[in-house]
Write a protein that binds this ligand. Structure first.
Ligand SMILES: Cc1cc2nc3c(=O)[nH]c(=O)nc-3n(C[C@H](O)[C@H](O)[C@H](O)COP(=O)(O)O)c2cc1C
Length: 399
């Protein structure tokens, strides 16, 4: 498995400036190893009042996101990684970690991002922090063992400690997986059909190995496991005017086929939901601060599940379009979508709800396919440590 990425963007040795004071390399690497939407890696790391501060770089956030939902899931995953690597070392001297609240002030992360985990559990999961990855290959259709599914759900809810906040449901019947594949493909189509989403996708796609090397972020097309010729074809659709014609001809249906196939080639589908409000109907009235907290807790839960899957040799690929478009409908009242597409998403959600009555009243945070598969040939790149560390004001002055 090849791993590419740039390592440095700055002339100063920022790592040397920051690391000895407060950061350990292990913690830094754990943050940088976290999954992020379209591999945007929005990290700005700095030391503040003897604490480790993780801010989100606004210029890297994705416009399709819904009040930061996906970026916060990524941040929750990064926090889970820090929790786990600290827990394995039983690091009681570790400095506090701060994140931004909705007003941009640095605060401690919500308590439920860091549920109690035994040192043994942390040790097992910590080994997986650098190994975990997204696998977009076709998987065997064999359903993972029930004990393994239970172990994954158990990792997400921290063995019951977070049952009131997160819930995992599984689709294991072929007919249900087939139906779900159709929902994902329909929703994925929307990503190609709006200029803003199209622009965002192409901003993140990296078509050439040299781009991957240079940027160290984004979606290396080699990791997408597209059918032969599809990457070249995709590249031709870079311009919105070409894409618009293609859309008029009904071509986006074709573009969603790989999503459908990949879900069909899965052992099961997982659904991670969060308890934001009693029903999705009033999601828009939940305060931004509460929304952020739920997304962070869900992100940490997803990451524990993913690390556990890595330990068990189970492959995972997140399927982000359904949760993101459902959230757009409920939290942003369908903002940016035509009335017709709003209705389409609502219909997809009704179908989804009928498939998982046990998630009634819960908000979908992430869907993902799982199964047994060969490891991917290429892994997503990372920006180097230097690129994420910013010097705090005090350090700038003292240097
Ligand atoms: C919130 C979130 C949403 C994601 N959505 C998708 C998705 O819809 N499809 C997909 O293939 N990968 C998705 N991913 C996986 C990221 O693309 C992946 O984590 C990133 O490219 C880094 O690669 P890695 O996981 O192999 O380290 C998502 C990840 C996160 C955190």
């Amino acid at each position: 498995m090849k791993h590419e990425g740039a390592s440095s963007v700055s002339g100063v040795d920022v790592e040397a400036a920051c690391v000895p004071a407060v950061w350990s390399r292990r913690e830094l690497d754990a943050i940088l190893a976290a999954p992020t939407p379209d591999n945007n890696q929005p990290w700005l790391l700095e030391t503040r009042n003897s604490a480790l501060a993780i801010r989100l770089d606004r210029s890297r956030l994705l416009p399709s996101d819904v009040d930061g939902m996906f970026d916060l899931i990524g941040l929750g995953a990064a926090l889970a990684n820090v929790h786990i690597v600290r827990g394995q070392a039983n690091d009681t001297d570790a400095l506090p970690v701060l994140i931004e609240n909705a007003d941009g002030e640095l605060v401690e992360p919500p308590r439920d991002v860091w549920p109690p985990l035994s040192p043994d559990v942390c040790r097992e999961l910590a080994t997986e922090v650098p190994r975990r990855h997204t696998n977009r290959r076709p998987y065997a259709r064999r359903v993972p063992r029930r004990v393994d599914l239970d172990a994954l759900a158990g990792a997400a809810v921290a063995d019951g400690a977070l049952e009131h906040r997160c819930r995992v449901a599984w689709l294991t019947e072929r007919s249900a997986i087939g139906k779900f594949a159709g929902l994902v493909a329909r929703c994925d189509r929307l990503r190609f059909e709006y200029p803003a989403f199209h622009a965002e996708l192409f901003k993140q796609l990296r078509f050439r190995p040299s781009e991957v090397q240079q940027c160290g972020d984004g979606l290396d097309v080699r990791t997408l496991e597209l059918p032969p010729g599809a990457a070249t074809f995709l590249r031709c659709l870079r311009s919105w005017s070409v894409m618009r014609i293609f859309k008029r001809l009904g071509g986006t249906r074709l573009m969603a086929l790989p999503s459908r196939w990949s879900v069909l080639r899965s052992g099961a589908v997982g659904l991670l939901a969060m308890r934001v409000s009693v029903g999705d109907a009033d999601l828009s009235s939940v305060s931004l601060e509460q929304w952020r907290e739920h997304c962070l807790v869900a992100g940490a839960a997803l990451q524990r599940l993913w690390l556990k899957a890595s330990q068990l040799g189970v492959a995972i690929q997140p399927l982000g379009s359904l949760p993101l478009f459902f959230a757009r409908i409920h939290r942003l009242r369908g903002e940016g979508l035509t009335a017709r597409d709003q209705k389409t998403v609502q219909r997809l959600e009704e179908e989804y709800r009928r498939m998982v009555p046990e998630l009634s009243g819960w908000t979908l945070a992430m869907a993902f396919r799982i199964g047994y598969a060969k490891p991917p040939q290429y892994r997503s790149p990372r920006r180097g440590r230097d690129a994420a560390i910013t010097l705090s004001e005090t350090q700038r002055v003292s240097r």
